[in-house]
Design a protein around this ligand. Structure first.
Ligand SMILES: O=C(O)CC1=CCC(=O)O1
Length: 262
């Protein structure tokens, strides 16, 4: 299991596809709050035929360790750049969901030359409010992540998906409750202090914004707003709630391939 050891924490990552296949472009995925790199299993399986796929667990999530919170969005962006530098990856396409999509926006603003195309999913230039994230941090401090499981399932998937795909939902919620409290709180702190609404106009990379039609966290209007504010943006809405790449996996994979190959 490969890790990158940094000064304050270690990042767990995984490469699918032939790493030495120089003709294949890199495609990097970044997970959301309370998930790990397995949220991209369906995408890695489909896209690794034509790409070298790099996934990692954002700090404090999955098998990556959690430095003491709070974190800032720039910490997540710098973790990505550290991984790219360590793996000698000059340039990669980037796909992130929710806080992973905010990380993609930060990279587009501050390190656009390291990215090819950017895909941001179920995200916003500013997710929620500072007050809502402070309340979430307090709830997690008090009850741990287990206390949030039912509400999380409801935000992440439609009732039909929750009922129809219990195995997939169980697996993703198991990984949710396995997230460290420090890592989750650190992520909430970054969300409480992030507002990229002005800065995203500096993004020049081609960008695809993907929304879940019924996402109560980042509704389609948020993704549309990103697409119109960047230089070369487009927006696509797919059936599902917040974790739209899982709920609409086939359509998501098709859209991702089409956008990257275009
Ligand atoms: O509230 C949630 O669980 C959804 C979410 C907000 C930011 C993120 O990464 O996930």
């Amino acid at each position: 299991m490969p890790y990158l050891d940094l000064a304050s924490h270690r990042l767990h990552y995984r490469i699918d596809g032939d790493r030495s296949a120089a003709g294949k472009p890199w495609l990097m995925f970044c997970n959301s709050l309370g998930t790990d790199l397995h949220m991209w299993d369906a995408q890695a399986a489909a896209l690794s035929q034509h790409h070298r796929v790099l996934r990692y667990d954002r700090r404090g999530h999955g098998r990556s360790s959690a430095p003491p919170p709070p974190y800032a969005l720039s910490d997540f962006g710098k973790d990505v750049l550290s991984l790219l530098d360590a793996l000698e990856i000059e340039r990669t396409h980037f796909c992130g969901l929710s806080i992973g999509g905010l990380t993609g926006q930060w990279l587009g603003i501050h390190a656009g030359q390291r990215l090819g195309k950017i895909v941001v999913c179920a995200t916003s230039a500013r997710i929620g409010t500072a007050e809502s994230w402070v309340a979430r941090m307090e709830a997690v401090q008090e009850n741990g992540l287990g206390g949030l499981t039912a509400a999380t399932a409801e935000r992440w998937f439609t009732p039909a998906f929750n009922a129809g795909q219990p195995g997939i939902v169980r697996d993703i919620l198991y990984r949710f409750t396995a997230t460290t409290v420090q890592g989750y709180i650190g992520g909430c702190a970054a969300l409480a202090t992030t507002d990229l609404r002005e800065e995203i106009t500096r993004i020049t990379n081609p960008l695809l914004a993907v929304s879940g039609k019924e996402d109560p966290v980042c509704p389609p209007s948020d993704l549309e707003s990103i697409a119109v504010r960047v230089r070369q943006g487009r927006h696509l809405s797919l059936p599902g709630r917040h974790i739209v790449n899982v709920e609409s996996a086939s359509a998501f994979n098709a859209a991702l391939s089409e956008f990257l190959d275009d």
